[in-house]
Design a protein around this ligand. Structure first.
Ligand code: IMP
Length: 197
């Protein structure tokens, strides 16, 4: 069985990717399997750049095919913030949510989108980058306990439940990450398997 490394130690993301890879003949490893993995600076200005930096570094260090994602929330009324700074916007998930709701206090336009870029690398070289999105609105208050990050305040278009109220399976049908990943897995099956990874 081939294996591929996902360049994250975020247990929530690994769990989402394990679900998405269910049924594929690929073993998923993560940076948690490489305890000495060095810190990689995410100094790109776009999701695609940051994903590329992380995937290239992981494929070199782990000597394996690797993919990495970079994702975040873009809020229309905030000119796309927090964007690539979504995880650095405040210190914890509850603080990030509180800060976002404060910035949007009294703001009528609550349109937002989650974006996810996934880069695939082999031997330190980025082969492809795929991008997915899901559009929605920011609620007035957090709702739901599942998921992570900004899930409790993100209401995807066409649903009356936030990402934190939807089940993992329901989120997977429409999420930015699933969307980018479905494009990436096709590439892995078609192209990367020819590289005998
Ligand atoms: P990174 O991709 O690890 O740099 O982190 C992106 C940040 O965006 C996360 O820490 C979350 O705050 C937010 N984010 C990305 N994807 C999601 C999601 O599916 N739900 C909620 N928040 C997310």
């Amino acid at each position: 069985m081939s294996h591929i490394v996902v360049a994250t130690a975020n247990a929530h993301k690994v769990e989402e990717y394990r679900r998405l890879l269910d049924g594929q003949d690929v073993e998923l490893m993560s940076l948690a399997d490489y305890p000495g993995y060095p810190e990689v600076e995410e100094n790109g200005t776009t999701f695609a750049e940051n994903a590329s930096i992380k995937a290239a570094a992981a494929s070199s260090y782990c000597e394996a095919a690797a993919f990495a994602d970079d994702s975040g929330l873009e809020v229309e009324a905030l000119d796309g913030r927090p964007g690539v700074y979504s995880s650095r916007y405040a210190a914890s998930d509850p603080e990030r949510i509180a800060k976002l709701l404060k910035e949007l206090d009294g703001v009528e336009n609550r349109r937002a989108r989650f974006v996810c870029a996934i880069a695939i690398a082999f031997n330190g070289e980025v082969l492809e980058v795929f991008e997915g999105e899901v559009k929605g609105t920011i609620t007035l208050e957090p709702r739901g306990k599942d998921g992570f990050g900004y899930d409790p305040v993100f209401l995807p278009d066409g649903y009356d439940k936030t990402f934190a109220e939807l089940s993992g399976a329901e989120k997977d049908k429409i999420s930015h990450r699933a969307n980018a990943f479905n494009q990436a897995i096709e590439f892995v099956e078609d192209t990367l398997s020819a590289l005998d990874f």
